[in-house]
Write a protein that binds this ligand. Structure first.
Ligand code: DGY
Length: 326
């Protein structure tokens, strides 16, 4: 690249450490400020580091609330988030400020659906209890009644939110012999439904959900969607799986139901107030817990980074970014 071309590159703040190939491309195409030590930036730090930049490549875990957005330097024009979820960005505030926001849909669908199945299996087959037993050197050998779980096969899976990830979960669950029920704002066409039973009312679906898997965005309207009343509608001994966002589950209600056995087990990859999840989850043998690994594969994280950069490239070239949210 000529010195002139280098000098005219847009300035970009990258808030977190990204895969090496993504950072290399960011450094080649942008005047990029990377976060080499991967220190999470508080709002004040993020705003300070954004001084003089035109774009921010941010991530889930950054807190771009209305206050932070209002405090961003005037030169910032785009927030390209390294995530499909945008709940860490106050979109109304970003829109009011005239910021463009982009995300990274599609490329994390399969990885996230895989984790949903891992959670279902882990919860149903008591995988973390078994693992802990071995690590604690407490396994005294095979017995006919040790750590008995339950089959996924023959069970009814209720999927709330049948977007890309919900559909990918349904495809995988079918291979395990599950019957698929779903609720969604709109009914899917038959070729995408593939025999899944549509419920216009998610409340009605709860009663037939032996396993319930959540796949809808976190918004003000969906906060604590899975509350005590909805848990009560599930069949006794149901399993709950969450790969969406922690805030859509009311922790106290789920914890009480796991403690009483009303819910047999939960598989959770996301938590309200990550990483400071409700401490009681750690005390529950029937909670299978992962640290937000939904999209955590090398392939997926590379693809997410390249998608974020594609959006930035398009924006700074004066074109419409392919994954523009606002
Ligand atoms: C997303 O993309 O929203 C994920 O939760 C981050 O992996």
């Amino acid at each position: 690249m000529s010195t002139d071309a280098q000098a005219s590159r847009p300035t970009l703040l990258v808030t977190r450490r990204l895969p090496a190939a993504v950072e290399a491309r960011a450094a080649r195409d942008f005047d990029a400020r990377l976060n080499a030590d991967d220190r999470p930036l508080g709002a004040a730090d993020l705003v300070a580091r954004a001084d003089g930049v035109q774009g921010i490549l941010c991530a889930a875990g950054d807190r771009l609330n209305a206050e932070a957005i209002a405090a961003l330097p005037a030169g910032v024009r785009i927030l390209a988030t390294f995530s499909v979820g945008t709940d860490h960005i106050d979109l109304a505030a970003a829109k009011a400020r005239g910021l463009v926001v982009t995300n990274t849909p599609d490329v994390l669908t399969d990885a996230t659906a895989d984790i949903a199945l891992l959670l279902m299996l882990g919860a149903a087959r008591r995988a973390s209890e078994g693992e802990r037993m071995i690590r604690a050197d407490a396994w005294t050998g095979w017995t006919p009644t040790q750590l008995l779980g339950t089959h996924l096969g023959g069970k009814r899976l209720g999927i709330v939110g049948m977007g890309r990830i919900g559909q990918a979960v349904a495809r995988r669950a079918r291979a395990f012999g599950m019957t698929i029920h779903y609720s969604n704002r709109k009914r899917l066409p038959a070729e995408l439904e593939e025999g899944a039973v549509f419920h216009a009312d998610p409340e009605a679906m709860l009663a037939v959900s032996d396993v319930l898997s959540l796949h809808f965005p976190a918004t003000a309207q969906t906060t604590h969607w899975l509350n005590a009343a909805r848990i009560d509608r599930l069949p006794p001994g149901a399993i709950v799986v969450n790969t969406a966002r922690g805030s859509v589950v009311e922790d106290a209600a789920l914890i009480a139901a796991l403690r009483s056995g009303r819910i047999a087990a939960a598989g959770l990859d996301v938590f309200e107030n990550e990483p400071r999840l409700h401490p009681d989850y750690r005390t529950l043998d029937n909670a299978f817990l992962l640290p937000h690994l939904g999209s955590a594969t090398v392939e997926t994280r590379n693809a997410m980074g390249f998608k974020a950069l594609d959006n930035l490239d398009a924006f700074f070239a004066g074109a419409e970014p392919p994954d523009r949210v606002i």
